[in-house]
Design a protein around this ligand. Sequence first.
Ligand code: HEM
Length: 418
Amino acid sequence: MTMQENDLPAAAITDARTFTDDAALHGMLARLRRTDPMPRVDSGTTAPFWLVTRHADITAIELDAKRFVNAPRQAMLPLAYEQRTRAATGGKGYQDMMRNLVAMDGSEHRVYRSISQSHFLSKALNVIRGDIEGLATEFVDRMAARGGACDFSADIAMWYPLRVIMTILGVPPEDEALMLPLTQQTLTSQDPEFQSGDPAGGMTPMMRMFDYFKPIIADRRANPRDDIASVIANASIDGAHLADRDVFGYFLILATAGHDTTSYSLAGGLLALLQNPDQMAKLRADPTLVGSAVDEMIRWSSPVRHFCRTAAEDCEVAGKAVKAGDFFLLSYPSANRDEAVFDDPFAFRIDRKPNRHLAFGTGPHLCLGQHLARMELTSFLREFLARIDHVEQAGEPRYVEATFVGGVKNLPIRYRFR
Ligand code: HEM
C-alpha cells in the first residue's frame, strides 16, 4: 500500500483543519519525509519551528534531553491563543499557576515523575485490572442498551477512558459530565464544537478544574487512602509537601493526558478494523492477537499529533543548522508511517511485529500512562469481540479539528450482540 503524496505546504501542520482529513495529512507528511524531512515553518500563525517528520530524527531529539529541552514550550498553538493565555495570566503564562511533568527537565522532572511512576508500571496496575475490566463490561452494556446503533466515538469511546482516569483521581461518576468538556476545552479547544468561548485562551476551564480538584486534594490529605490520588496529594520532596500548584498540575496532566488520547485510539482503532475486514476476521479467529492489535491501533491513530522541544544550544540536526532557542515540532503521526522503520507503513496489520511506534514518545518523557492505556484498550476490545458478533459503519467518520491531540470524534456504527 502506498500513500498518494500531495503538495500541501508544510505550514498546513499548523492548520487544525488539516487534521480532519487523514489522507491529506499523510500525503503531505509522506512527501516531506522523502524530499525535505525537517523543513522550517514560519507561517506567521504560530511561532516559527522546525517540523521533524522522520522517526530517527524524532528519536534522536527525544533521547538527547540535555540539548533539547521541554521547559519553554510543550505544544505549538496559534499565536493568538498564546497571546490570550499570556494576557489572562499577567504575561506569565499558565506555568506560573501550575506546573506539570511535560514542562519540566532534568533532575526536577525525574523527582516529580518518580512520585507516581511506580504506580503506573504494568505490575502495579494489576491491582486495578479488575476495576478496568468491570468498566469495559459496563461500557459494552451501554452499547447493548442503545439497541444496535450508536456514535461509537461520542457515546462510548469518549467516556470509558475518562471513567477510568477519573476513578483513579477520585472523581465520582456523576461529575464526569462536567469533566469531559473541561478537559476537552483545555486540550482540543481549536475544534469549534469543543470551544468554551473563553476569552482567556483556555485559562477559564483550567481554573474551573483547579476549583474542582481542591476539595479532593484536601480530602486525600485529611484521609489518605490506598490510591494514586492520595499518593500525589501527600507527596513530599525533601520533607516538604508539594505546593498546591504542583499537586494541581499533577492532577491536571493526568486528567487531560489520561483520557482523550486513549479514546481517540479506541475510536480510530475500531474504524481501522472496520475498514480492514480481513484484519477484523483475523482478530476474531485468534483473540491472542489482541495485544499486538492494540499497539497497531495506537500506531495507526497516533492521537498525540505532536509535542515540542527547544534547542538549548546551537547545533546541527538532520543536516540543518539550528540555533539555541529554536523550536521543534515532533510529528508522531509522521514517525509512525515512516517507510524507513515500518514495513508497508500504510497497511493496518494487527499482528505487526516489531511495532516500534512513537505514539507514546520516547526518552525521559515517555508516556507515563502507556501501560494503563494498553490495559484499557485490551480490556475493551476483548469484551467487545466476545459479545458483539457483527459490527459495521453506519455513516462517515468525522475527525476533530485540532493540531495537538485529536482523532475520530464521530463514528456511527450498527452492531449485533451474540
Ligand atoms: C506523556 C501519548 C495515554 C499520562 C505522553 C507523551 C505522549 C503520550 C506522546 C509525550 C512523550 C514524550 O514527550 O516523549 C499518549 C497516548 C496515549 C496516552 C498515545 C493513549 C493511547 C495516557 C494515559 C495517561 C497518560 C492513559 C494517564 C496516566 C501521560 C503523562 C505524560 C504523558 C503524565 C507526561 C510524562 C512526562 O512528561 O514525563 N503521552 N498517552 N497518557 N502521558 Fe500519555
